[in-house]
Ligand binder design. Structure first.
Ligand SMILES: Nc1nc2c(ncn2[C@@H]2O[C@H](COP(=O)(O)OP(=O)(O)OP(=O)(O)O)[C@@H](O)[C@H]2O)c(=O)[nH]1
Ligand SMILES: Nc1nc2c(ncn2[C@@H]2O[C@H](COP(=O)(O)OP(=O)(O)OP(=O)(O)O)[C@@H](O)[C@H]2O)c(=O)[nH]1
Ligand SMILES: [Mg+2]
Ligand SMILES: [Mg+2]
Lengths: 298, 279
């Protein structure tokens, strides 16, 4: 782990006597490698290491009793701040429903990232914990049995799903969902969309059109915890072409370090709101920057 | 028009960052750039020359694992067990293989071995209809996947099926109970045909970072993976972790997935893939 490597760096440096800027640079190289191995994207690593360097120099870490631990703590603190634990963190971790009902929540992301399952999880929480009347709607007219998948999850969550009508476009389905929600006084509409490539301009435009028509209060980018360097390209494209208000990281019950969380947060500026921690509908957790920072550091 | 510059430390660092950004990982990127440092350091080269040389070095690492997946219909049927983490493209890859083998005149059947996830069986059934493959489905939701595989293979041995593609539920490799379930499926298949499964194909999502190394390690240990399929390479992710996998495990990379339709499967080609990494 990073603390072990840094102890190694500082141990061999201490034997030489005083620590110099070059010595701090060596420690920072270890930090850089640790973050890259944790899948934090390269441009984000550069920024973070620069911040750690400024803080380290500012703290005169050189005279510390245990410089390795001090550097690890600095990195941990910078990670927590970057992930969303900073001074401007209002602590509001969940989904915001502060809008006139029916509040729409739009789920977007790459193929297979966990959007449909997460839609079911959010529906369950809104119904059971927050006592909301929830409508689940599948706009995925592309993947075989996708609409049936969401309908099944709706039944499991005890919420209503929009009746499936074959032959409609995603935009038509979205509009039908909002109409039904207004008529039958639903509190929340969860719009599940088909997975799409960030570089597929046509599909990105399609979901942007759905967003324009439904005016969702939240647009959640659902991403897999094991995503590597491509997190930057994907997050940038979804932010620029669609606009993202929150990130949900799924499959954190795996053993991926999860550096993509930092990359996506840094690039979109959107807070990480929720974590998917399993396949069952109750496996939804609030995001705590401390936990993920510890995991990224390894 | 072809601007030359010295391949100095700064240029080599840039190369390393190109490889890291393609998900090769720090260790593999450093190794490859180190090789460059020894052979070409200090020389005057154009960007094009460097890229071509880098692609060449990568292709050399990948060539030994660029192998087609051998299918022997003589096994009657040849059994392909498809495994992998959730959402990596197992079900869709089976559909693509079904399409490919059908075009080659092979009679295929699918086993809807994901008896857990919502609409997983229906998803494969639709693909079976589209690609002309019979689908062995569980009697009810939550049925035992191993039992289904047993029945399906027993039937397939009598009805002229030449290739049997067994779909399994997505699973995280760090979940020991789920990995044990997969081992049970293999044991049960072996009871019908001791030489089966003849191929164990692990799907990897091209957007995956360094965790792919752990995925391959554990799946290989648990169910003796015989080859890889890298999916979603039609996206912006480069899939460079495949280079680290080639160096670490040497497992064949049989296929790449390049889209969501049944025809979107290609054989893994070392040179093309290497060029894609270098950009
Ligand atoms: N272990 C685990 N599995 C998850 C989690 N979230 C989703 N999954 C699984 O990941 C797989 C893909 O989930 P889906 O919800 O179908 O993903 P999707 O984004 O809707 O996929 P597309 O619609 O095809 O883009 C399924 O097997 C889910 O059960 C999670 O937090 N942990
Ligand atoms: N763009 C692209 N999408 C793909 C590719 N392969 C699969 N997909 C998509 O990825 C999503 C997940 O594919 P599945 O085949 O359901 O994945 P899976 O591994 O069977 O998922 P689980 O059974 O839930 O674990 C679907 O939306 C597929 O259409 C590919 O090569 N390119
Ligand atoms: Mg979906
Ligand atoms: Mg599947």
């Amino acid at each position: 782990a990073l603390s072990g490597k840094l102890t190694g760096v500082f141990d061999k440096l201490r034997r030489r006597g005083a620590l110099t800027d070059a010595d701090v640079a060596e420690a920072l190289r270890e930090v850089r490698v640790a973050l890259l191995e944790a899948d934090v994207a390269l441009p984000v690593v550069r920024d973070l290491v620069a911040k750690v360097r400024d803080a380290a120099i500012g703290q005169a870490i050189i005279r510390g009793v245990n410089p390795a631990q001090q550097v690890v703590k600095l990195v941990h603190d910078q990670l927590v701040a970057a992930l969303g634990g900073g001074l401007d963190d209002d602590g509001k971790r969940g989904i915001s429903l502060e809008a006139a009902a029916p509040v729409a929540i739009l789920m977007v992301g790459l193929q297979g990232s966990g959007k449909t399952t997460t839609s079911g999880k959010i529906a369950l929480r809104l119904r059971n914990r927050d006592k909301k009347k929830v409508l689940l709607a599948s706009l995925d007219v592309h993947r075989p049995a996708a609409q049936l998948q969401l309908e099944t999850l709706a039944q499991q969550a005890g919420v209503t799903s929009l009746p499936i009508i074959a032959g409609q476009s995603p935009l038509q389905i979205a509009q039908r969902a909002m109409d039904l929600a207004r008529r039958e006084l639903f509190d929340v509409v969860l719009l599940d969309t088909a997975g799409r490539l960030a570089i597929d301009d046509a599909l990105m435009a399609e979901v942007a059109a759905v967003k324009a028509a439904t005016n969702p209060h939240e647009t959640l980018l659902v991403v897999d915890a094991m995503t590597g360097q491509d997190a930057v390209q994907t997050a940038t494209a979804f932010q620029e072409k669609v606009g993202v208000t929150g990130i949900v990281m799924t499959r954190i019950d795996g053993d991926a370090r999860g550096g993509a969380a930092l990359s996506m947060r840094a690039v979109t500026g959107a807070p990480i709101k929720l974590l998917g921690a399993g396949e069952k509908l109750d496996a939804l957790e609030d995001f705590h920057p401390d936990r993920i920072a510890g995991r990224i550091l390894g | 028009v072809f601007k030359k510059r010295r391949l100095d430390d700064a240029a080599l660092e840039e190369l390393e960052e190109t490889l890291i950004s393609a998900d090769l990982g720090v260790a593999a990127s450093q190794r490859i750039v180190e090789g460059f440092r020894r052979t070409r350091f200090g020389r005057e080269v154009t960007d094009e020359e460097v890229k071509a040389a880098l692609a060449e070095a990568l292709a050399e690492i990948l060539a030994p694992v660029a192998l087609p997946m051998p299918i022997d219909p003589g096994h009657a049927p040849h059994v392909v067990l498809v495994v992998g983490v959730n959402g990596t493209g197992k079900t869709t890859t089976i559909a693509k293989l079904g399409q490919q083998y059908r075009a080659e005149g092979l009679r295929c059947a699918f086993v809807a071995g994901d008896t857990f996830r919502a609409a997983a069986v229906e998803q494969l059934q639709i693909w079976g209809e589209r690609t002309g493959a019979r689908v062995h489905a569980p009697a009810k939701h939550g049925a035992d996947a191993a039992g289904l595989a047993f029945d399906a293979l027993t039937t397939a041995r009598t009805d002229g099926t030449q290739v049997l593609l067994v779909d399994t539920a997505g699973r995280l490799h760090n979940k020991s109970a789920l990995m044990e379930e997969l081992r049970k499926i293999v044991r049960v298949i072996r009871r019908v045909d001791p030489t089966a499964p003849h191929s164990v194909l692990l799907t990897l999502d091209a957007t995956t970072g360094q965790n792919a190394l752990q995925q391959v390690k554990v799946f290989k240990e648990m169910v003796d993976v015989s080859g890889l399929a890298v999916t979603k390479l039609d996206g912006s992710a480069k899939g460079g972790v495949v280079v680290a996998l080639a160096q670490e495990f040497g497992l064949p990379v049989h296929f790449v997935g390049v889209g969501e339709k049944a025809g979107d499967l290609r054989p893994f080609e070392a040179r093309d893939f290497a060029r894609g990494l270098v950009g």
